[in-house]
Structures are given as C-alpha cells and as structure tokens.
Ligand binder design. Structure first.
Ligand code: GLN
Length: 480
C-alpha cells in the first residue's frame, strides 16, 4: 500500500481513470496514514464517510475529473455533519449544517474528504501552536513547527497522508507552512475562491487555496474551485480557466527580485537557497530585475491593525447562544457572553480581539484603522508600479526555516515577524505561490512568487518551470 501514498494526485487520477487502482484502495491507504498521524496533522478523520464516497465513485460508469482522490481540509472550512472547530475550544463538537462552497465544488468533482486538519485557533498564528488541541509537528523534524496557521494541511501533504489539501491564507497561512514543510502552497487572487463556509478571520484578506507536492496538482485543485458564487459577494467571475502548466522554459519572463525582502532579518541560509534558485531563472531564459516595494516596511504594522480589527467584528458571533460552547457559569445574559468567551477563546484570539476593538474604538478609528487603510493603498500602488516593469516578483516565503516548537510562543512579536515576506502580497490581494527551492540547516526553504491580480496562469507556469528545473525532493528524510 505504501506505493499508493507516494502518487501525486495527477498520477493517482491517471491510475484511477485507467482502472488500475480503485478509490477505495487509494483512500484506505491514505486513511491508514492519517489515522497513525505521528505529526498530529488531523483533528478528525472521517473513515466511514470517506470510504462510502470512494465506493460511490468507484461504482460510477464514468469517473468524475478528480476521480476519487483523497483530500485533507483545514478545520476552518465548514463541512456538513463533520465536526468543524477552527482550532478553537469555543467550537468544540460543532457540526455545521452546510459545506463550504469550495469543498462542495471539489466533492462534486470527485475529491474524497478524509478529514479535517489542525490549525492555529481561528487561523491566528504562524506555527499551529495556537491550536486549542495541541500543535502539529513538522514531518521533516518532529521537534520543529510546521508553520501556520494551516500547519496541519501542510504537514499532512508532506507526510503523504493525502496528496493534497486545502488551507486558508490571511497573511501567509498557506505559503509559510508550505515553505516550512517543503511543499507547494498557492494563495490565489482575493475573490478567486468563494469564502462561503470559511470561518472568517479577516474578511478583506482571507482566501482559500491548495497545498500539493507539485505545482501541477495545486493548479488542478485550484481550477475546480475558482469562480463566482452567489453566496459570496466578493467572489469573482473567473476570466479564463486555470491551466495545468507544462512549459519548462521562462523565455521572456521578467522576474523582479524584491530587494526589501532579501536583506536584513532574512536568515543567511535561506537567502543563499533563494539566490541559487533565482539563478535558475536565468538558466531557463528569464531575466532578473531588482525591484523595490518601499512601503513594505509598514506592512506588518498595517496588517496587525486591519486583521485584528476585522477579527474583532467577525468573532463577535461566538456568544454562547448560536453555536458552539456555552458556559455553565452565568446568572444572566451578559455573564453568558462574557464567561463563554473567556472560557472558549485562547490567549492569542483574546489578544487580537482586544487589539482590534481598540483600533476601531471611537476617537482612535482614524488614527489607527483609517491610517492602516491608507497605507494599504500605498502598498498596493508599490506593486502596481513594480508590475509595470516585471511579470512576477520573487522573495523568500519565510525569513527562516521551521523553528523549534516553543521558540516563539512567549513572544508574539517574534511570531508575527514570521510573515514579513507574505503579508505585503496579502494586503494587495495578489496571487502568490510558495515552492520549495532548497534546504538550509537540513530544513526546506520556500521561494515566494507573486503576480498581478488574476495572473494565476502565468504565475503557476513560472512556478512549474522553476520547480521542474530545481527538482526538489519533497520527501522528508526518514519518512516511513
Ligand atoms: N500569521 C499571521 C497571523 O497570525 C497570518 C495568519 C493567516 O494567514 N491566517 O495573523
């Protein structure tokens, strides 16, 4: 059975189509690894549901496009009747009454959901250590974090518990864990994928996206999710289908190297791996152009006003009345609210709610939230200027490789700095991918690529050409 869990999704689909393997056997092989779960990547595994769906797909006269390939879903995405917690005690045991549009689209296309993956509580964090259910471990080194907030979704793909998974990215939560676990992660253009059924963190930034071991697999998954959904007014009519890239050259492609994200604060080993990968751009016929994002130095401050402000509003719905946990210790309605939230939310979530409520409070709104929105516009304009000169921009995805468990938990600011390279792109709403590009200190290094809004096809083509040339081995050393 080990061979089945080494297949990429694309290879599995081909074998399923040719009826060389069955979805039941493929799903069973992945379930066995997901249940053994030495990394705590999963919060819940749905053996019965997954096998029932695999049997249905095997019985179809014609296989659907995704042919019965298993997938892991971040626990921030609602799945009907399947416990969905967003990594929080406040939603312990919560069973949604509907499924997120993106998951629904994948299931209709023939994906088999095998379980829900671990994450930082409400997607707030960069290491998965803020999960109320305990951290996920990095398949490359169990003493280190997998990144976050979608750490479970990254680890399960690296550990071959599933060929692919879904995460969500608000400030880096797909790209950073993809980088730290040595796999591919894609955050599409804001609005590409419906957020209906994604438990909201910061609505103007949240985007769903795929994790996979190849850019082609990630593209395939993305292609089945994009497009307008009447349930999400910010979802876009998608202009042209997502192509599964195959070109191996970069002739004529201009790659901007973001100077501000290559210098101070970036680990020398990470910088070396990224610079080596960038030389490959030239080998493939592309050109490197130094570019500047002068306002990117304000991105972290801007993000930590906007994201908590939106979170404080979004999380107001967890009041002990409508869903999830309700306190046993209340004499009246106000105490119900207060004690439910005091008991149900973890420390990072409380910190963000306080920060956000303060930033939005009367008398401070203009000085903080209003100002942050203005700086956000300046950051977007920096990108517009850069994209008048180049097709894509490149930088490290994370300034360091995966750090030891516990290394940043006592210092929120050190944790926030993990996303210094990914946050500017998020504020501008642009599509971005992380691909593994080398190793430092025995751990994978991610290369971040980003392009103008809606330029997914060119971005993915560039990522695929580089990935092919770099030939990174995504298999963690020592993986059984
Ligand atoms: N680490 C960042 C934060 O804590 C980003 C998280 C995310 O993208 N969901 O907010």
């Amino acid at each position: 059975m080990a061979g089945l869990t080494d297949l990429t999704a694309e290879q599995a689909i081909a074998a399923l189509r040719a009826r060389e393997i069955s979805s039941v056997d493929l799903t069973e092989a992945h379930l066995a690894r997901a249940e053994a779960d030495d990394w705590h990547a999963f919060l819940a595994v749905d053996r019965d549901g997954a096998l029932a769906r695999a049997r249905e797909i095997d019985a179809m006269p014609e296989r659907p496009p995704l042919a019965g390939v298993p997938i892991g879903i971040k626990d921030a995405l609602s799945t009907r009747d399947l416990v969905t917690t967003s990594g929080s005690k406040i939603l312990e045991g919560f069973r949604p009454v509907y499924t997120a549009t993106c998951v629904d689209r994948l299931e209709r296309a023939g994906a088999v959901v095998i379980g829900k993956t671990n994450m930082d509580e409400f997607a707030m964090g960069s290491s998965t250590e803020n999960s109320a259910y305990g951290p996920t471990l990095n398949p490359w080194d169990r003493t280190r974090v997998p990144g976050g907030s979608s750490g479970g979704s990254a680890a399960c793909v690296a550990a071959r518990q599933v060929p692919w998974s879904l995460g969500s990215d608000t400030g880096g939560s797909i790209r950073q864990p993809a980088a730290l676990c040595g796999i591919v992660g894609v955050k599409p253009t804001y609005g590409a994928i419906s957020r209906y059924g994604l438990i909201a963190f910061a609505s103007s930034l949240d985007q769903v996206g795929p994790f996979a071991r190849t850019v082609r697999d990630a593209s395939l998954l993305l292609g089945h999710m994009v497009g307008r959904d009447p349930m999400d007014a910010t979802s876009l009519d998608w202009p042209d289908p997502i192509a599964v890239p195959d070109a191996e050259r970069l002739d004529g492609v201009r790659v901007g190297v973001v100077e501000e994200l290559m210098g101070e604060g970036v680990d020398p080993g990470v910088r070396d791996a990224v610079e080596a990968a960038l030389r490959t751009v030239e080998d493939l016929g592309g050109t490197l152009v130094p570019v500047h994002l002068p306002h990117s130095r304000y991105a972290l401050s801007t993000y930590y006003l906007i994201a908590p402000a939106e979170a404080s509003a979004n999380l107001a719905r967890f009041d002990g009345i409508r869903y999830g946990h309700r306190t046993d210790h209340a004499e009246n309605l106000l105490e119900t609210y207060e004690n439910t939230r005091a008991e149900g939310f973890g420390p990072e979530v409380k910190r963000r709610i306080m920060l956000g409520t303060f930033a939005l409070s009367s008398g401070y709104y203009d000085a903080y939230y209003g100002q942050a929105q203005r700086v956000r516009t300046l950051i977007s304009r920096d990108f517009e200027e850069v994209f008048s000169q180049v097709d894509v921009v490149a930088s490290p995805t994370s300034p360091t490789v995966a750090f030891p468990l516990g290394a940043r938990t006592a210092d929120p600011l050190a944790m926030y700095l993990s996303d210094i390279c990914t946050i500017p792109v998020s504020l501008a709403g642009l599509p971005s991918a992380s691909i593994p590009c080398g190793v430092s200190d025995g751990m994978p290094v991610g290369l971040q690529l980003a392009g103008p809004a809606l330029s997914e096809n060119r971005l993915l083509a560039t990522a695929h050409a580089l990935e092919t040339a770099l030939a990174f081995d995504t298999r963690p050393p020592g993986l059984a």
